[in-house]
Design a protein around this ligand. Structure first.
Ligand code: ADP
Ligand code: MG
Length: 333
């Protein structure tokens, strides 16, 4: 079991690959990695006098986000919310949940933060065995899944249906990466790559040049499909190759279509979103994956500050209009 989750983690950490400037030698920068939020997280910053203290502070911030946002442990107010409906008053969580609910609405429920019971039934949480739930089991759970059953009311997160449960697995890592980058910036670090399991925040620039972030080929971890050239932005990837299991030759991945209760089969293999806000980037990558290229692409075009690279299961790559100025396809390099 441990071995399986280790393989999953390695795969999920490879959603994007960052190229560091050739001008810098590895000795000029320092990287630290930790296992947090059920994934591999790393931070790379220039080697400077206070680099270790800055890394300590950034990882402490990520740990704090994990404690607040991890719905599976009682360190989070969301645990009591899920279990017994205790309203959440923590302003950080409530503010984040407002953004989460925005994306639930804007994606027409393709992202649904109440999908918890279904993800659980497929065994995608913790040490559970992965299983294909019966159609009857899924049919019984589907009425519990609807983001409209929770609301922010006078600064408190409340349930409108007692049995509903919230899951922030599709949001917390992007938020944590951006929060760690903010912590680094406030301690004087001007250049950093924070990677929380494929949810990257690229702070500042790379020796005077924009960061170059490779988008992994979802069917070949040793290759990329192209490079995103950008600075001060989040770059988040959701893919069908990050967490999955196979039964009788069928691949079941962890991004669920709330409309069917099954892994989304939208013709997408991976979605990489560029967005100034790490939380939105993470939310949108999951939402677009469920919506598919046409509806998901339209959602991204409607937004003023998001770009997307969508890799289809047939290998075709779709690049949204705001991504185009930042994207170099592999064959053109
Ligand atoms: P990762 O967690 O590997 O970075 P995502 O950001 O795409 O990938 O999030 C997937 C996680 O989000 C799942 O593990 C599950 O916890 C949750 N999830 C799955 N499907 C949905 C959905 N349709 N809406 C909201 N959350 C989802
Ligand atoms: Mg996501």
């Amino acid at each position: 079991m441990f071995r399986i989750s280790y393989i999953r983690v390695l795969l999920s950490a490879l959603g994007t690959i960052v190229a560091f400037s050739c001008v810098q030698s590895p000795r000029d920068r320092v990287t630290r990695a930790r296992f947090l939020m059920d994934t591999y997280c790393s931070i790379t910053i220039p080697a400077a006098e206070h680099a270790q203290e800055s890394l300590d502070a950034a990882f402490a911030r990520m740990e704090a986000v994990e404690r607040s946002f991890n719905v599976h442990t009682n360190t989070s107010p969301l645990y009591a919310f899920n279990k017994s409906g205790v309203p959440v008053t923590d302003s950080e969580i409530v503010t984040a949940m407002e953004s989460v609910l925005d994306v639930c609405r804007d994606s027409g429920g393709a992202f649904d933060c109440t999908v918890f019971p279904i993800v659980d039934a497929w065994g995608f949480y913790g040490p559970h065995e992965n299983t294909v739930p019966s159609a009857a089991h899924l049919a019984a759970l589907r009425p519990l899944v609807n983001w409209r059953f929770i609301a922010v009311n006078r600064g408190r997160l409340v349930k409108l249906l007692p049995a509903v449960r919230v899951d922030l697995g599709g949001a917390a890592k992007g938020y944590a990466a951006h929060e760690a980058a903010k912590t680094l910036a406030s301690s004087g670090v001007r250049s950093a790559i924070v990677d929380a399991g494929g949810n990257i925040y690229a702070l500042g620039d790379n020796n005077g040049k924009p960061w170059r972030i490779g988008v992994q080929n979802p069917r070949d971890g040793s290759r990329i499909v192209g490079i995103i050239v950008a600075s001060n932005t989040s770059v988040s990837t959701s893919g069908d190759y990050q967490r999955y299991f196979e039964t009788n030759g069928v691949r079941y991945h962890h991004i669920i279509d709330p409309a069917t209760g099954c892994p989304a089969q939208s013709g997408i293999a991976s979605v990489t979103i560029m967005h100034p806000d790490g939380l939105y980037g993470d939310l949108l990558s999951t939402a677009v994956f469920v919506l598919g290229a046409e509806r998901g692409g339209a959602l991204i075009e409607r937004m003023t500050n998001a770009g997307a690279v969508i890799v289809l299961t047939n290998g075709n790559v779709i690049v949204s209009s705001r991504m185009k100025p930042h994207y170099i396809p592999e064959k053109a390099r």
